[in-house]
Design a protein. Structure first.
Length: 164
């Protein structure tokens, strides 16, 4: 795939892709998601290692990703590439913060489980209010917004399921 093809498919400029490719800039989490969508691959494939035998991920070895504003932290809970169809993350969202997510690849779904705090999940003009122990599942192939409406950090488990 050429840079022009990937730029069209991902919505990331050709110049930005070239800067990333030549290690002249570090992409944000949002840009990495766009590239994954453009390539039609699960996000973990961009940052993961090849599979061989049993795969182990120790908590301290997990590559934690942070949003550009530092309010959302995403830590993988399973080894990268463990499954080509499912990814599992722990999300931490700062107090009174929101995080807008780009649409994922067509057919992608998410399941969020609130571990602590609260969550207002905005999808397709609907808002779902959740507390600890609640969950929501939705089509993630459209833009969606995570919102922590309270004055303390919130934690969630996020399961992303890709259609192949």
């Amino acid at each position: 795939m050429s840079l022009d093809d990937l730029a069209r498919a991902s919505g990331v400029s050709r110049a930005a892709l070239s800067q990333i490719e030549t290690c002249k800039s570090n992409p944000t989490v949002s840009v990495l998601w766009k590239v994954a969508v453009g390539l039609g691959v699960p996000f973990a494939e961009l940052i993961g290692a090849p599979r061989s035998g049993a795969m182990l991920l120790r908590r301290n070895d997990a590559q934690v990703l942070r949003s550009s504003d530092g309010k959302l932290e995403s830590r993988p809970l399973a080894p990268a590439g463990a499954s080509p169809l499912v990814e599992l993350y722990e999300l931490r969202l700062g107090a009174r913060s929101t995080h807008s997510s780009e649409a994922h690849a067509p057919g992608t779904h998410e399941l969020l489980v609130v571990l602590s705090g609260q969550l207002k999940m905005h999808v397709d003009g609907e808002t779902y209010e959740l507390a600890a122990g609640d969950s929501v599942a939705f089509a993630a192939d459209r833009p969606h917004v995570y919102e922590n409406p309270v004055g303390s950090e919130a934690r969630y488990h996020n399961i992303i399921v890709y259609e192949r």
